[in-house]
Design a binder for this molecule. Structure first.
Ligand code: F6R
Length: 617
């Protein structure tokens, strides 16, 4: 949450920072702000509530001349402490206005620090936790006359998770930043250096990056960067080369990133599978766990939040079926508060697109404290969750900028299947030829998803019809249940519409009372050829719904004629093996939610109140 960019080099810093912020807006869009160390020797700050576009409009209206310089930083906010107003927008300054700070995360002891500052006569100008750091830094700088040292000293006083970036009028050639549990990467250019929450901010300038470790401070100048720990000891980040380029972080002709990302799903699946089946065996990425450890696993927990949690629900069906291992799927935010029974032979699979979701990270930490082994499934190279896990499998979906997860959901499901097959292989619950067959079925999925994408126009048409609805219900059974939950979540978050997903069999235990004439109910049908019993049960459920006047929107396998008479709208998807059905049946629901949101006039990339990385608990 919150996006941060810093720059020292030879270009116009304001331009670099604003362009970078544009690519970090998925992290928050409650306000935006910039600070530039100007060529005239000033520290110039501009900040504005609302989306980055508001700030840009204001800068264009007032003229950018007062913010010319080659060092600067910027922030796009997801509000935690203090309302999303101009006054609470970052950067925050000390009383003398000589130093500016931007911050991502929460300073948990801010109330105590604020009281201490106020007691010392400091008047705070905002309601934020961040401003306390600005005043503490000013005092530390006055004492030590050294900005990196001042930052290290202040960091040692802060609790919580934070990334801080600081500029000072007396240090015009450098920017310092600190990281604890929130992301921070350095971009290494030629005669210029960058810092940012995500490489997307500087990808147009360099693909050479360095990931900062936990509790580290970095100083960037035009010519280099230097990293220390919070005590000043020399430290080294982890250098890496970004394997995607600017085009991946741009809309590529689509109105919204989300629409582009929906279209990218076939390649997200193919890229996630690539390189994981070698010489007849499933191979994971950074498998810092050996085959014996996988063999010893006697219980699996899957922990995740939101959409990633729904992908974990699909994992349960596959792992239990293939590996005959008990699997519990748990919301990461609940996991560590209920004392789960974990030990060395428990495998915890932590799924997170961003790799920085605080609830999932804390679940990982809890699991490791209890000696469980943790395998992370993540889309972000070097993020905190994979760093703190025993093994990692990356979903190579590419950057996902639309706030609503789409291509990463499908990639997570595929990664879950790879974990399931790796476990089955290690434990001998599947023969090598069976593993090979399952993998071949996965390899056929990009084409199946591409086929669904060919039906987008019909789904959008339905979206236009459903846009005025007030409530939509979603039903599914077996792997169709997480799809129903995901369809409802997409509609809630994008179209601000009341939507609920149910296990179809549960409907008659209460929620059936919601049904009324014309209420849209989306039903995710299983294949008639797969688990025939599931299909028959859902067919009965559809009739129960229709009997109460509801309008049935049915996602069914192409050629499933049995369902046609009961569907007010039929959306067909290709026939695929039962466990893989979520990969095709989720796609129309993503398109439907996006279209309804568009019809209602909402920005599908930036749903209200949300941010893509949830770095607070
Ligand atoms: C919904 C969505 C969220 C995320 C959740 C977890 O579209 O994107 O529900 O899935 O916040 O995020 P990650 O996967 O980054 O841990």
């Amino acid at each position: 949450m919150c996006g941060i960019v810093g720059y020292v080099g030879h270009r116009d810093a304001l331009d670099v920072v604003l362009r970078g912020l544009g690519r970090l807006e998925y992290r928050g869009y409650d306000s935006a702000g910039v600070a530039v160390l100007t060529s005239a020797g000033m520290l110039a700050v501009a900040r504005k509530a609302g989306a980055l576009a508001n700030l840009i409009d204001e800068l264009d209206a007032t003229g950018r001349a007062a913010l010319r310089g080659t060092a600067g930083m910027g922030h796009t906010r997801w509000a935690t402490h203090g309302a999303p107003t101009d006054r609470n927008a970052h950067p925050h300054r000390d009383t003398a206005g000589r130093l500016a700070v931007v911050h991502n995360g929460i300073i948990e002891n801010h109330a105590q620090l604020r009281a201490e500052l106020e007691h010392g006569g400091v008047e705070l100008a905002s309601d934020t936790d961040t401003e306390t750091a600005a005043h503490l830094l000013a005092a530390a700088y006055a004492r030590y006359g050294d900005l990196p040292l001042a930052l290290r000293m202040v960091c040692r006083r802060l609790s919580g998770a934070f990334t801080l970036v600081v500029t000072h009028i007396d240090e015009p050639d450098l920017i310092v930043a600190a990281r604890r549990s929130s992301p921070l990467v350095v971009g290494v250019g030629n005669g210029e250096h960058f810092i940012a929450s995500d490489v997307a901010a500087f990808i147009e300038h360099t693909r050479n990056a360095v990931e900062l470790g936990q509790d580290q401070v970095v100083t960037i100048t035009r010519d280099g960067y230097q990293i220390t720990d919070f005590h000043g000891a020399r430290a080294h980040g982890s250098p890496f080369h970004v394997d995607w380029d600017l085009s991946a972080a741009e809309k590529g002709g689509h109105d919204y990133f989300m629409l582009k990302e929906i279209q990218e799903q076939p390649s997200a699946i193919a890229n996630t599978l690539r390189g994981h089946f070698i010489d007849g065996r499933i191979v994971l990425d950074e498998q810092r766990m050996d085959t014996q450890e996988l063999r010893d696993v006697d219980k699996v927990f899957v922990v995740a939040c939101g959409t990633a949690y729904h992908s974990g629900m699909v994992a349960k069906y596959a792992i239990e079926h293939w590996c005959r291992l008990p699997v519990e799927v748990e919301l990461a935010s609940e996991f560590r508060y209920r004392d789960p029974v974990l030990d060395r032979s428990t495998l915890v699979v932590a799924i997170s697109q961003s790799g920085e979701t605080m609830d999932t990270l804390e679940a990982v930490r809890h699991a490791r404290e209890q000696k469980a082994r943790v395998l992370a499934i993540c889309n972000t190279n070097g993020a905190q969750i994979p760093r703190e896990s025993d093994a990692v499998l990356y979903t190579h979906a590419g950057p996902e900028i639309g706030v609503a997860a789409t291509k990463t959901f499908l990639a997570q499901i595929v990664a879950n299947f790879l974990v399931g097959l790796a476990l089955a292989q290690a434990r001998g619950t599947k023969y090598a030829d069976e593993v090979a067959r399952e993998f071949a079925e996965l390899e056929a999925m990009p084409a199946a998803v591409a086929q669904v994408l060919g039906t987008v126009a019909a789904v959008r048409e339905l979206g236009r019809e459903l846009a005025p609805a007030k409530v939509v219900l979603f039903l599914g059974r077996h792997v169709g249940f997480p799809v129903a939950l995901e369809g409802a979540l997409k509609l809630k978050e994008l179209a601000y519409m009341h939507a609920e997903g149910f296990a179809a069999g549960e409907l008659k235990h209460g929620a059936i009372a919601l049904l009324e004439e014309g209420l849209p109910v989306v039903v995710v049908m299983p294949s008639p050829k797969g688990r025939a019993v599931l299909h028959a049960k859902l067919l009965s459920n559809i009739q129960e719904i229709r009997a109460r006047g509801a309008r049935t929107i049915v996602i069914a396998e192409e050629g499933d004629e049995t369902v046609r008479p009961y569907a007010a709208h039929l959306l067909e998807v290709p026939a695929v093996p039962t466990l893989l059905q979520p990969l095709v049946s989720t796609v129309p629901l993503q398109v439907l939610a996006a279209e309804i949101a568009r019809q209602r006039g909402y920005d599908v990339d930036k749903p209200r109140n949300l941010a893509k990385s949830v770095t607070v608990e």
